[in-house]
Structures are given as structure tokens and as C-alpha cells.
Ligand binder design. Structure first.
Ligand code: HEM
Ligand code: HEM
Length: 442
């Protein structure tokens, strides 16, 4: 079928057309997993690709020595067969650690790893808690101001949190934060016109250039200053362009992902109140909720791209050299081969199997998520604070009415409308949301 090329659009069996609306993600994944560990897919623009659907094969594939991320290995792109303005081109062509292999990848990543230490992440805890508390106030105010008492968790809480935290970590002055926030939304927003996304990208690079220049003049105890220092110690191993690119990557990669994780966890807990009770009874931790959410409803779905550097067997399929491959983290998380016959069940007490990591949702191998400790910190703090302050919090619409965010890269509903219920008595909410100021029972 392949004769050394990616599957052609009219080949039999027909390749699966990836749906940019993201509808019925888990049902579609189940069908794809049954078709095979590697299945031919068609991307927008008619570009042929493969998707890896099963846990074990995904883990082996992303760590395989004959699988690259550098777009020089993308045969159709190299041969000029990709339509101009192809919406997924940025994922392949953006320069930085996500599209680098081998020594180049190690160079780009090692400087960030050295600056982005567990100590630096843990030191952020008080700031994350403080920001979380003030965003809970904002959520309560939004609910109080709405005629139906309903507030969208994503807009008022889960979205501003990662951006606020990363700005704190990077040492971005508050004056630039709101702008970066709006620009980041424009860049990853699937409904953003291409020209606007491009303009947003350019402006973001300019703002980050200004931020880096300010830190160069007056270094602080922040990640940008640490990156600049690491760069100088190492004889300019990270160019100016690479420094700015790295900052952009930290913002882009940590934003929608953490937003989706918090959203998907709250959604799952509302739909499975018994699991919430296990946490309240001390039989499971917020950390368990986060790990189970990562498995059960991974924030990242089909992640683009990798390219085999030779014809590579995956399951019963041979993926031709140079074909773009997406790995489906949402599908791997529900693979019964790795997670058992009840893989579709949300179970916060699920034991980690000795033969399989609980999930691969932060990736695996050399490109394993650099932000995983930060994402875990943010999500556990956020969930704890949210359910402690609003024990009766619930979805304002039936779960099945939630509309997916239109994307096959991300996996989350577009909005998560909530009724907060009464705030818990006790040490209580932060300034501005006491019982007299509108914290509100839907
Ligand atoms: C719940 C939140 C997050 C999820 C689910 C997530 C998921 C992932 C995944 C799946 C990858 C690997 C992609 C691949 O090559 O297949 C990745 C890489 C990466 N993530 Fe995250 N991420 C999250 C949060 C963050 C945060 C908060 C940051 C930064 C502050 C971050 C920074 C990065 C970077 C820099 C890479 C690229 C690493 C490399 O190519 O070597 N991520 N992430
Ligand atoms: C929830 C999951 C994610 C969604 C919905 C998402 C969505 C997007 C979208 C729509 C774009 C814009 C593409 C364009 O400008 O043509 C983008 C760019 C990008 N994403 Fe993601 N992404 C996700 C996760 C990640 C992760 C885990 C990483 C880290 C490895 C990552 C790294 C990047 C990079 C490097 C760019 C290019 C930025 C630029 O220079 O414009 N993304 N993403």
C-alpha cells in the first residue's frame, strides 16, 4: 500500500481523517486502537500521516533511535508537496528543542533544565497559592455577576493561572503579563485568522525581547536571568534567538496544557462524586487525582510530529521513512492493553502497574515534558483550593452537553460552566470575596 510513501488519500483501507472539531475523541480513539498500533490518518490540507494509538508502542516509538523530530526528515515538506500556508506547518518548522534531535536537542534543553530546577519550581509554591486564591475570588465575582450564577472555570480560573505562574517564574513585569496572555491566546486559538496569529507571534517575540533585555540590565532571581547567566558561563551556547525561542516555548507549551489538565480534572470529579469523596476521606490525594486525570483524559491528544528515519515497523504496520507521525496521548491513556479492561473508568486509587507507567501524558524519553513538576504543582494547588473553598461545586450543564475545544492537538471542553455553591466556613476566602462581597451560591 505504501510503496515507500505515506499512504495516499485514496488508498484502501481509507486513512482516518483527523477531525479538527475534536468531537467524540475517546470513541474515535477506541476505533483507531482496534485498527492498529499505527494507523494512517489524513490531516487538514490532505496531508498524509500516521497516528500511534497504543500505550506500549507509543512509549517505544517516541524513544526510538530511528525516530526524529527535526523537520529535515519530513519527506513531503522537503519535496515541496506541502500546501503553502498549511495550518500545521509551525509545529514542524518552529526552531527550538521540540524540533531538535541528538546533540542539538541536548544543548538547547540542558541550559533550561539547569535553570528550571526542582528547587526553583518548589520555591514557587507560595506564589502559586497566592495567585490561586486571588483567581478564586475572580471566579466567585464572575459567578455573582452572572444573572444565572454560572461562571466558566476556564476563563476565570484555569486559564489565567498558568500564565500568571510562568510570568512569575520568568520574571516578566506585570505590565507585560496581560499582553502576553492575549497574544498567547491568539497564537494557539484555533479560530484565529492566520495573519493575526502571525502578527501575534511577532509581537510576542518583541515583548519577550524587551523582557530579556530588562533582565540583562538588571538580573533577578528568575528563570530568564538564570538562562542568561547559564548562556554566558557556557561561552554563548544559547544564541539570542534561541533564548527568546525558549521563552516562547515555555509560555506556549505550558499554557493550554495546564488549562486542560485543571479543566479535565474538575470535570471528572464532578462526574464521579464518589472519587471526590475518596479524596475528602483521605483515601486518595490531589496528586492521585492529577495523575489519574492525565491518564483518563490527557490534556494533549494527537501531538505533531515525529518522522522515522528508515521504514519502521510499529505493530503490524510499517511506517515509511519520512512520514509525519502524530502520537495520541489521549488514546494511549485508555489503552486496555496497558491499563486493563477498566481503562475507561476514572479511578483515583488505581495502582501503578509495575510493567507500565500510569500514563505517558507528559511524553517519554528525551523530549519528556520539562514543565511536568510545575504543571503538577499548579494543578494540585488549584484543585485543593477550589474544592476546599467550594465543597458543593458542580457542573451547571449535563456533562454530555459540554462542547469540545475544536482541536485534535488539545483535549478539553471549550467551557466548563460551574455553579460554585456556598463557600466553606473556616479560614475562608481571600480578600475581596468574603460572604459580604458576593461569593455566591449558584
Ligand atoms: C498539564 C500540563 C502539561 C502537559 C500535559 C504537558 C505535556 C507535554 C508533552 C506530552 C510533551 C512532549 C511532547 C512530545 O514531544 O511528544 C511536553 C514537552 C514539553 N513541555 Fe510540557 N506539558 C505540560 C506543561 C508544561 C509546562 C507548565 C511547561 C513549561 C513551563 C512545559 C514545557 C514543555 C517543554 C519545554 C517541552 C519540550 C521538551 C523537549 O522537546 O525536550 N510543559 N509537554
Ligand atoms: C493542549 C495541547 C496543545 C494545543 C491545543 C496546542 C495548540 C497549538 C497551536 C494551535 C499552535 C499554533 C500553530 C500555528 O501557529 O500554526 C501551537 C504552536 C506551538 N505549540 Fe502547541 N499546542 C499544545 C501543546 C503543546 C505542547 C505540549 C508543546 C511542547 C512540546 C507545544 C509546543 C508548541 C510550539 C513550539 C508551537 C509553535 C509556537 C510558535 O512559534 O508559533 N504545544 N500549539
Amino acid at each position: 500500500m505504501t510503496d515507500g510513501r505515506c499512504p495516499v488519500p485514496h488508498a484502501a483501507p481509507a486513512p482516518h481523517r483527523l477531525d479538527p472539531t475534536g468531537a467524540g475523541q475517546h470513541t474515535v480513539n477506541e476505533r483507531l486502537r482496534e485498527r492498529g498500533a499505527a494507523v494512517p490518518v489524513l490531516l487538514p490540507g490532505g496531508v498524509a500521516a500516521y497516528a500511534i494509538t497504543r500505550h506500549g508502542e507509543l512509549r517505544d516509538f517516541v524513544a526510538h533511535p530511528d525516530v526524529a523530530k527535526d523537520a529535515r526528515h519530513f519527506a513531503a515538506l522537503r519535496d515541496g508537496e506541502i500546501p503553502p500556508g498549511w495550518p500545521l506547518a509551525t509545529f514542524a518548522t518552529v526552531r527550538g528543542m521540540t524540533t531538535a534531535d541528538g546533540a542539538d536537542h541536548r544543548r538547547l534543553r540542558s541550559l533550561v533544565t539547569r535553570a528550571f530546577t526542582p528547587r526553583r519550581v518548589e520555591a514557587l509554591r507560595p506564589a502559586v497559592e497566592e495567585l490561586t486564591a486571588s483567581l478564586l475570588d475572580r471566579l466567585a465575582q464572575a459567578a455573582a455577576a452572572a444573572p444565572d450564577g454560572v461562571a466558566d472555570l476556564r476563563r476565570h480560573f484555569a486559564l489565567p493561572l498558568p500564565m500568571g505562574v510562568i510570568c512569575r517564574l520568568l520574571g516578566v513585569d506585570p505590565e507585560h503579563q496581560d499582553r502576553l496572555h492575549a497574544l498567547s491566546n491568539d497564537i494557539v486559538g484555533t479560530r484565529t485568522a492566520p495573519e493575526r496569529a502571525l502578527a501575534a507571534n511577532r509581537e510576542m517575540l518583541a515583548v519577550l525581547g524587551k523582557v530579556a533585555a530588562a533582565r540583562l540590565r538588571s538580573p533577578g532571581d528568575d528563570l530568564i536571568s538564570a538562562l542568561i547567566a547559564a548562556r554566558e558561563e557556557n561561552g554563548d551556547r544559547l544564541s539570542e534567538e534561541e533564548l527568546i525561542g525558549t521563552l516562547l516555548l515555555m509560555i506556549i507549551a505550558g499554557h493550554e496544557t495546564t488549562l486542560n489538565l485543571i479543566t479535565n480534572a474538575v470535570r471528572a470529579l464532578c462526574a464521579h462524586r464518589d472519587q471526590l469523596e475518596l479524596v475528602r476521606a483521605g483515601e486518595a490525594s490531589w496528586g492521585d487525582v492529577v495523575e489519574e486525570t492525565l491518564r483518563y483524559d490527557s490534556p494533549v491528544s494527537f501531538f505533531p510530529f515525529r518522522y522515522p528515519t528508515r521504514d519502521l515497523p510499529v505493530g503490524d504496520t510499517v511506517i515509511p521513512q519520512g512520514c509525519p507521525v502524530l502520537v495520541s496521548y489521549t488514546s494511549a491513556g485508555r489503552d486496555p492493553r496497558a491499563h486493563g479492561a477498566d481503562a475507561d473508568r476514572f479511578d483515583v486509587t488505581r495502582p501503578t502497574r509495575p510493567d507500565a507507567a500510569r500514563h505517558l501524558s507528559f511524553g517519554h524519553g528525551a523530549h519528556y515534558c520539562l514543565g511536568a513538576p510545575l504543571a503538577r504543582l499548579e494543578a494540585t494547588v488549584a484543585l485543593d483550593a477550589l474544592f476546599t473553598r467550594y465543597p458543593g461545586l458542580d457542573l451547571a450543564v449535563p456533562d454530555e452537553q459540554l462542547v469540545p475545544h475544536p482541536s485534535f492537538v488539545g483535549n478539553s471542553p471549550q467551557e466548563l460552566p460551574l455553579r460554585l455553591g456556598d463557600p466553606a466556613p473556616g479560614p475562608g476566602p481571600g480578600p475581596g470575596s468574603g460572604p459580604g462581597s458576593g461569593a455566591h451560591s449558584g
